[in-house]
Design a protein around this ligand. Structure first.
Ligand SMILES: Nc1ncnc2c1ncn2[C@@H]1O[C@H](COP(=O)(O)OP(=O)(O)O)[C@@H](O)[C@H]1O
Ligand SMILES: O=P(O)(O)O[C@H]1O[C@H](CO)[C@@H](O[C@H]2O[C@H](CO)[C@@H](O)[C@H](O)[C@H]2O)[C@H](O)[C@H]1O
Length: 470
């Protein structure tokens, strides 16, 4: 039995903003109400699926929650309790994504293609979903919550719900149907039935292949940077000429393969969803939007202002380009944390677009070099992360480390672009106006993202910008 909705809503309004995956951290929750509540399992423990309507700054976002109810909360679930002392008749309420006793039923329902209240469980035609696996939530810093089921599946529970079919499902399903080998194959999904005629179902979760041999690009890149920082420099000033090829953990061959995989996924996306062309005036409007975002971000984060002139220059160059621009479905939030190196090559994850952007913007078509620019930014991040997180780098200081960071980023950026162009993608070197504008657009987004979500990281994009605009 759940407590009265008003009590529950009050507790959730206090709990929600503290969650890593909560997307509205830049403002208070003005109102939280419970949209739908579906009982998925009765007894002790019981499981309820909730859709929460969260009002902030005049807009309503929907979040989903698997709510567990237990008479006694075992120690392993104490960290996910929702509000001390909440619950009917002394029962404890908690985030049931962390309870393998309850999440197991998701596989059963997917295998049976069940319908429970407004929830619909689907698997891809012919898939035989295993139901003998217990779940474990992954601990990564995430915008959503993913559960591992053995080494077979990963089930991503979307936290903030999209209006209709989730981009990640839409794109991964289309690429799975194309046989694209650079994404984890989709096995099933869960959705909320449309809430009226003409409405689309709302995607709640995506069940995909768990690429259990995969290592994420960010960790691999950071290991390489660490190795490079520990590599002895020659005496005197000769280090100024160094490239980063000498260190044992060189990442360039992987960066080049990643570039090639990216181009192949872009081609598959073009085949699956088509390509369209933006007229020159639409490109000008896009450049103007980039500049508007810059102005707003400079107001919110004064540390960006010294770079504003160079950034505006790049956006003006884009506006002056006066040529149509082919656009298509792209990744949309491409960085080293979104790629996994498995034993058979690179796989791309998470096609949801930038979490800090509105749904319509995340769905917008873009030129594929926008993704390339995103990944180039990520090489900048990886190169400077250890410097900014001071204390983790042993001996050197100041200029030497920055020179090393620059050399690492330059080498890997070039390798990625080489791999991308060699595999048939647009050559970044031949599109410098686009590349500058896209890279600066992403840097502005990052400054905003870090200021809102991880202020301690803000120096990373700001330092990189200082070098890119010098
Ligand atoms: N299919 C998969 N196989 C293995 N690990 C995965 C898979 N999908 C995601 N991951 C891991 O989970 C992390 C977060 O996944 P992601 O889809 O980016 O979630 P979010 O949208 O919440 O950021 C990834 O960085 C990766 O380490
Ligand atoms: O992975 P998400 O979809 O949640 O993306 C958001 O968070 C990312 C950080 O977790 C953020 O990426 C930025 O930091 C990365 C290092 O942690 C770096 O590799 C990226 O280049 C940098 O943009 C991403 O921008 C944000 O949308």
């Amino acid at each position: 039995m759940l407590p009265p909705r008003s009590d529950l809503a009050r507790d959730l309004a206090e709990w929600l903003p503290r969650q890593r995956w909560f997307g509205g951290k830049d403002g208070p929750v003005d109102e939280l109400s419970i949209g739908t509540a579906t009982e998925l399992r009765t007894g002790d423990p019981a499981l309820h699926h909730l859709v929460l309507d969260v009002r902030q700054n005049g807009a309503v976002d929907r979040y989903q929650l698997l709510l567990g109810v237990r008479r006694h909360l075992p120690d392993r679930l104490r960290h996910v309790e929702i509000g001390a002392g909440t619950g009917a008749a002394g029962a404890r309420l908690y985030d049931a994504a962390h309870d393998h006793d309850l999440t197991r039923m998701l596989l059963d329902a997917l295998a049976d293609e069940a319908s429970i209240g407004p929830l619909r469980f689907h698997h891809v035609p012919g898939a035989r979903i295993r139901t003998d696996l217990a779940s474990l939530p992954i601990t990564a810093e995430q915008s959503n919550t993913s559960l591992l089921f053995g080494d077979a599946y990963i089930c991503k529970l979307f936290r903030r719900l999209s209006r209709g079919v989730n981009l990640d499902l839409e794109v991964n399903l289309a690429l799975t149907r194309q046989g694209c080998e650079h994404i984890p194959a989709v096995h099933g999904w869960i959705e909320l039935e449309p809430d009226g005629p003409g409405a689309e179902p709302v995607t709640l979760a995506l069940l995909s292949d768990y690429l259990h041999t995969g290592a994420d690009g960010w960790s691999l890149a950071i290991a390489s940077v660490r190795d490079w920082f520990a590599y002895p420099l020659p005496p005197g000033d000769e280090w100024a000429e160094l490239d980063a090829s000498g260190a044992g953990g060189d990442f360039a061959a992987e960066a080049e393969r990643l570039g090639a995989a990216t181009a192949q996924v872009h081609r598959a996306l073009a085949d699956a969803f088509g390509v369209t062309v933006l007229a020159a005036d639409e490109v000008r409007a896009m450049a103007a939007r980039m500049n508007t975002e810059l102005t707003a971000t400079c107001q919110a984060v004064p540390g960006l202002a010294p770079h504003a002139k160079s950034l505006t220059g790049a956006f003006l160059d884009l506006a002056a380009r006066a040529a149509p621009l082919p656009v298509q479905r792209v990744h949309g939030d491409y960085h080293l944390g979104q790629v996994l190196r498995t034993e058979s090559g690179w796989a791309l994850l998470d096609f949801e677009g930038e979490p800090a952007r509105a749904e319509s913007e995340r769905r917008a078509l873009a030129h594929p070099l926008r993704d390339v620019a995103g990944m180039l930014r990520s090489f900048e991040y990886a190169a400077r992360f250890l410097i900014t997180k001071s204390g983790t780098v042993p001996t050197e200081s100041g200029p030497h480390l920055e020179t090393r960071a620059h050399a690492w980023a330059a080498r890997n950026r070039a390798a990625f672009c080489r791999g991308y162009a060699a595999a048939g993608g647009a050559d970044p070197a031949a599109h410098s106006v686009l590349m500058h504008a896209f890279e600066f657009e992403k840097a502005v987004y990052e400054v905003r993202y870090e200021a809102r979500n991880r202020p301690a990281w803000l120096p990373v994009p700001l330092t990189s910008l200082a070098h890119l605009t010098a």
